[in-house]
Design a protein around this ligand. Structure first.
Ligand SMILES: Cc1cc2nc3c(=O)[nH]c(=O)nc-3n(C[C@H](O)[C@H](O)[C@H](O)COP(=O)(O)O)c2cc1C
Length: 255
């Protein structure tokens, strides 16, 4: 047990987010000041340059630290109309005006061993072809089927059918959405940023939201009831988290 763990175990006044009476509010004065790093922990901190790490070491370090990541369950259609569905946790909202969401499909190692360019995943290829996609959010209930759709299947596989996920019609785009997802964002392609042709690189797909589907079961007085959503997030490795353990915290007022 390191010193922080030992201290936490002893401290009876430690903030525990799932203690009901403390659920409503959290302010820095409730936290234990002893938990701030002292000079020793700062001095003993390891520093490493990304260029000194292998791809898998860097991948592990970043994916274990940048957590939890929301999951975009992205539906697309190929130019010939073949449906595709796959999850992406390199995902976030990046602008509200215009409303933009972005996710980053990585490239696949090339089939020809002498090529130094990676190959696009089906989702990226479909988005390039049709310039449309739908981002469906993922609840705890949908975790298993979402995971099934993450297999590296050939482009001819329809992951809606494979994972027995009911599709539903979208309003603006031709791409079907996931009927059971409580929130689906229909998107038109805004921009794709290709970072590098390296087989281990990614592209950032930015989509402009053109229509939003909300399940009535998650509406309260006509607005989305965030507390009723049981969405999941991706942690490092094969870990996931649920978003049901919440606390409130008021931002400082300045000026
Ligand atoms: C929860 C989860 C999150 C994922 N996030 C990403 C991601 O951000 N980028 C990526 O390239 N692959 C990600 N994957 C792997 C893709 O889902 C996988 O490569 C999939 O086969 C891509 O499908 P496609 O070829 O039909 O586009 C993730 C897998 C899971 C289970």
């Amino acid at each position: 047990m390191d010193s922080l763990d030992a201290e936490s175990a002893q401290s009876k006044d430690r903030y525990t987010p799932n203690t009901p009476e403390r659920h409503k509010e959290f302010s820095p004065r409730h936290s234990n000041p002893k938990r701030l790093p002292n000079a020793f922990t700062i001095l003993s901190r390891m520093n490493v340059s990304p260029s000194a790490l292998s791809h898998s070491e860097l991948y592990g370090l970043i994916l274990n630290s940048v957590v939890p990541r929301p999951i975009a369950w992205v539906s697309t259609l190929s130019a010939s109309g073949q449906p595709n569905l796959a999850p992406f946790s390199f995902f976030n909202c990046v602008c509200i005006e215009p409303p933009l969401l972005a996710f980053a499909p990585g490239l696949r190692p090339p089939k020809q061993p002498d090529s130094c360019h990676g190959e696009a995943k089906d989702t990226l290829r479909n988005v390039r072809e049709t310039r449309e996609f739908v981002i469906n959010v993922v609840t705890y209930e949908l975790a298993e089927p979402m995971n099934q759709t993450s297999g590296e299947y050939p482009a001819s596989v329809n992951e809606f059918e494979l994972a027995q996920i009911a599709p539903a019609l979208s309003k603006v785009v031709k791409v079907p959405r996931v009927a059971a997802s409580p929130v689906s964002f229909e998107c038109k392609l805004y921009q794709i940023l290709d970072f590098s042709p390296s087989p281990q690189s990614s592209s950032l797909v930015i989509g402009q939201v053109v229509s939003i589907h909300l399940d009535d079961a998650h509406l309260k007085e006509g607005k989305l009831d965030r507390n009723s959503l049981d969405l999941i997030g991706r942690m490092g490795g094969i870990q996931y988290t649920r978003t049901t353990q919440r606390f409130d915290m008021v931002r400082p007022k300045v000026g």
